[in-house]
Design a protein around this ligand. Structure first.
Ligand SMILES: Cc1cc2nc3c(=O)[nH]c(=O)nc-3n(C[C@H](O)[C@H](O)[C@H](O)COP(=O)(O)OP(=O)(O)OC[C@H]3O[C@@H](n4cnc5c(N)ncnc54)[C@H](O)[C@@H]3O)c2cc1C
Length: 369
């Protein structure tokens, strides 16, 4: 079962577009604790609303309900995009035998994006940046409401860390970060990891638990070379893949949508020129590049090949406590791996293009535009 940690800005976006139950559907954490071999390295208390952790199927349902409730959007099911053509005035898209016409197209069709392929935009990166075994369980753990990361967990041979993050209804998502080259865990090995971790956190005895889902997940790290070609845009997994060190790719996809939607609206309503749209790629691609660069710098510090090397690297990099921040930033939405992006000011067109059709009422949000 996939889940995602939303930050205040993305949870706020979902509420704004009509998914009012987002906080109730998810679980806010009371705090985060980082441990190493039983010793506490860091503890953060979290205020309500700082994080919302929810399962992806609830998020999808909430989004679908919000979108269905607005007359601005028409959802068309079972209509895979087969091809598209763009010209100076718009984009034509074919699904089956139907051609659709619109002013712009946003390809948010996942990591294997056909839109990206048709645009001939490359998607370079690492095929295996990180490796996780993931289990979703229902259990009473002795730290209700608190997310916890345990570095070098005992009994979990090979695992760098294990993270337990609470979801609603007594459900926990557990992630074991494994060496990238380690072969996929067998189901039996994953259960062994799970039982060893639960026993460690429960005074040596494995508590009762229900296994809801389990799997092995190799994290890719990729970035499209462009997010815009003419009137066609890429967003979400079609534009970027990240996810190592607790980074939340779904959150980044929502930020793409938040960044692009109001710009498209302003351009459509003749309140800004097409040049405004170029800032989508500058801001969002730039932000993801910074995130990926930080992950590339952090990963070697957190993937020691020998204990001796780990000590040396810890000394060189400052301290184990500083590394502890690298381990939690992605999940907590802090630091370079997790905090909400701040876009640098850019110059650009400020006056609306002369209207060629009857101007609808312009709505403008507070922004530099
Ligand atoms: C095991 C696992 C664990 C993960 N854990 C996390 C996590 O903890 N936190 C996190 O933030 N992210 C996590 N992710 C990543 C997260 O799931 C993705 O970032 C997110 O789903 C991306 O959303 P998306 O809408 O961009 O793409 P997708 O979810 O891939 O959706 C793309 C959609 O486009 C549709 N589509 C494809 N082709 C076409 C076409 N030709 N025409 C029309 N529609 C099309 C597909 O059917 C699909 O519905 C995880 C992923 C995996 C695999």
């Amino acid at each position: 079962m996939r889940s995602s940690v939303l930050r205040a800005d993305t949870a706020d976006l979902l509420t704004r577009i009509g998914y009012h139950r987002v906080a109730a559907d998810g679980r806010g954490w009371t705090g985060w604790r980082t441990l190493r071999r039983g010793r506490e390295l860091a503890h953060h208390s979290l205020a309500p609303g700082e994080t919302v952790h929810l399962s992806q199927h609830r998020l999808l349902r909430g989004l679908r309900d919000a979108v269905s409730a607005t007359p601005l959007v028409r959802l068309v099911h079972d209509s895979a995009v087969a091809e598209f053509e763009q010209d100076a005035d718009g984009v034509s898209v074919r699904t089956g035998r139907t051609w659709w016409r619109g002013s712009h197209l946003v390809g948010c069709d996942g990591p294997k994006s056909g839109v990206r392929r048709q645009l001939k935009v490359r998607f370079p990166g690492h095929a295996a940046a990180d490796h996780y075994a993931v289990a979703t369980i229902r259990a009473d753990l002795p730290f209700p409401g608190e997310a916890r990361l345990h570095r070098d967990p005992p009994g979990s041979a090979g695992a760098r860390e294990v993270t337990a993050r609470p979801l609603p209804d007594g459900v926990w998502r557990m992630d074991w970060r494994l060496p990238v080259r380690q072969p996929q865990l067998t189901p039996d090995a994953l259960i062994e990891h799970l039982r060893a971790t639960l026993a460690d956190w429960n005074g040596g005895a494995v508590p009762g638990y229900e296994l809801i889902a389990a799997g092995d997940h190799v994290v890719q790290q990729r970035l499209a070379t462009r997010f815009q070609v003419g009137r066609v845009f890429l967003a979400g997994d079609a534009a970027h893949l990240l996810g190592s060190l607790g980074m939340q790719n779904l959150d980044e996809g929502l930020r793409d949508a938040d960044n692009l939607a109001w710009k498209l609206a302003l351009v459509w309503h003749n309140c800004a020129t097409e040049r405004l749209l170029a800032t989508y790629q500058q801001e969002r691609r730039g932000s993801v590049i910074a995130r990926l660069r930080s992950a590339d710098q952090a990963r070697p510090l957190l993937q020691p090949s020998t204990p001796l090397l780990e000590v040396r690297r810890s000394v060189l990099s400052g301290s184990l406590r500083r590394n502890a921040a690298l381990l939690s930033d992605g999940s907590l939405g802090t630091g370079k791996l997790g905090s909400a992006p701040a876009y640098p000011p850019t110059g650009g067109p400020r006056s609306p293009r002369p209207s060629r059709r009857p101007a609808p009422a312009c709505w403008c949000r507070t922004s530099r535009w």
